[in-house]
Write a protein that binds this ligand. Structure first.
Ligand code: 2P0
Length: 339
C-alpha cells in the first residue's frame, strides 16, 4: 500500500463566482477574486491510499462513506490525474490499483464556508502526490471538481480568470499578490448557523443563470470593472476601496439570488443584522474599516486590518452574545490570517 496526506486551505471570494457558461467543464460566466486563508484554523485534510488489495474506489467525508464511483466530478478529477500519470510515465504504483480516500474539514461542511473549494483542492493535490505527477495543471483539474477549488491551489490574493475559450484552456486561476503583500489583512469568520444550506451553490447558480435578468448585467458590466478596481486597490493597499467593492459585490450577488425565480435566500435576519452593524461601525469610525462578505449561506466573513480586530471582536460579542442555547443563532468570531 502507498499513501499520501495533504491539507488545503479555504478561500473566500471578494468578487463572487456565480453562474456557469459550461456545466461540464465548469467554466464561469464571470471572473472572480478571492483570498486564501491560513490553514491553521480552517482547512481540509485528505489521506489517499492505493493498494493492490482494494476491490473498489471508496471515499469517506468527515467519517461517513460517500459514493465515489457514481460521482461524476470526483471521477473526472481522478481520470485527469491518471491521464497525467500515464503521460508522465509515473511509476509509483500500477494505475489499475483502486483508491481509498478519507477527507475531513475542520469547519462546517456545506454551510456556505467554501468547504467544496478546500475539499476538491485537497483531493486533487493529494492524488497528484500519490500518483507522483507534475503540479502545473492542478488548478484546472480542481476546477472540474468544484469551480471555486481552482483558487485554493494558490495562496494570497487569487483571480480565477473566466476566459473565453470553449475548451476552458484559458479559464485559469492566477495569484494576483502573495499574502505577504498585505500582512496586516485579517479575516473574521462569523459562524451564524452551521447547518447544511438548503440550495447547493451548483443548483442555485444554475437557477440564477436560467431565470435572473440582473445576472447578465453583473457578469458583463459590473464584475469586469470591479476586478480591475479591486486589483488596483489591493496593489495600493487601499482598504477603503477594497472594502467598499467587497461589500457591494456581496450585496449584488445576494440581489441576484433574490432575482432568481424561485428566489434563493442565503442570508438570514442575523446576517442582515451583521451588515447593519458593520455599516454603523464604519460610520462611527468615519471610514471603511471593516468589510463583510457572505457566500451561499448565512455566515459572514469580515475583512479588516489587524489594528481593528480586538475592537470589532469585543463589540460583536456585546451585540451578538452567544447564549449557548442549542437552537439559537449566535455569532462566533474566528480571526484568521492569510496564507
Ligand atoms: C465564490 N461561491 O466565488 C462563490 C460565492 C458561492 C458564493 O464558488 O458548482 O461550490 O462546484 O462550481 O465552487 C460556490 O460554488 O460551485 C462558490 P460548483 P462552488 O466562492
Amino acid at each position: 500500500m502507498i499513501s499520501e496526506t495533504c491539507i488545503a486551505p479555504v478561500n473566500i471570494a471578494v468578487i463572487k463566482y456565480w453562474g456557469k457558461r459550461d456545466e461540464e467543464l465548469i467554466l464561469p460566466i464571470n471572473s472572480s477574486l478571492s483570498m486564501t486563508l491560513s490553514t491553521d484554523q480552517m482547512c481540509a485534510k485528505t489521506t489517499a491510499a492505493a493498494s493492490a488489495t482494494f476491490k473498489e474506489n471508496r471515499m469517506w467525508l468527515n467519517g461517513e462513506e460517500v459514493p465515489f464511483e457514481g460521482n461524476p466530478r470526483m471521477q473526472k478529477c481522478l481520470d485527469a490525474l491518471k491521464r497525467l500519470a500515464e503521460a508522465e510515465k509515473s511509476k509509483r504504483f500500477p494505475l489499475e490499483w483502486k483508491l481509498h480516500i478519507c477527507s475531513e474539514n475542520n469547519f462546517p461542511t456545506a454551510a456556505g464556508l467554501a468547504s467544496s473549494a478546500a475539499g476538491y483542492a485537497c483531493l486533487v493535490y493529494t492524488l497528484a502526490n500519490l500518483y507522483g505527477v507534475e503540479k502545473s495543471e492542478l488548478s484546472s483539474i480542481a476546477r472540474q471538481g468544484s469551480g471555486s477549488a481552482c483558487r485554493s491551489i494558490y495562496g494570497g490574493f487569487v483571480e480565477w480568470v473566466a476566459g473565453i475559450k470553449n475548451d476552458g484552456s484559458d479559464s485559469i486561476a492566477i495569484q494576483v499578490q502573495p499574502a505577504l503583500h498585505w500582512p496586516e489583512m485579517r479575516v473574521l469568520i462569523l459562524v451564524v448557523n452551521d447547518s447544511r444550506k438548503k440550495t447547493s451553490s451548483t443548483n442555485g447558480m444554475l437557477n440564477s443563470v436560467n431565470t435572473s435578468d440582473l445576472i447578465k448585467h453583473r457578469a458583463n458590466v459590473c464584475v469586469p470593472q470591479r476586478i480591475l478596481q479591486i486589483k488596483e486597490a489591493i496593489a495600493r493597499k487601499d482598504f477603503k476601496t477594497f472594502g467598499e467593492i467587497t461589500m457591494r459585490d456581496s450585496n449584488q450577488f445576494h440581489a441576484i439570488c433574490l432575482d432568481t425565480y424561485p428566489p434563493c435566500a442565503y442570508m438570514n435576519d442575523t446576517s442582515h443584522a451583521i451588515v447593519n452593524f458593520i455599516h454603523q461601525y464604519n460610520e462611527t469610525r468615519g471610514d471603511v474599516k471593516v468589510a463583510y462578505t457572505f457566500d451561499a449561506g448565512p455566515n459572514a466573513c469580515l475583512y479588516l486590518l489587524e489594528e481593528e480586530v480586538a475592537n470589532v471582536l469585543s463589540l460583536l460579542n456585546k451585540v451578538f452574545p452567544n447564549d449557548n442555547s442549542e437552537n439559537s443563532e449566535y455569532v462566533k468570531g474566528i480571526p484568521i490570517d492569510l496564507q
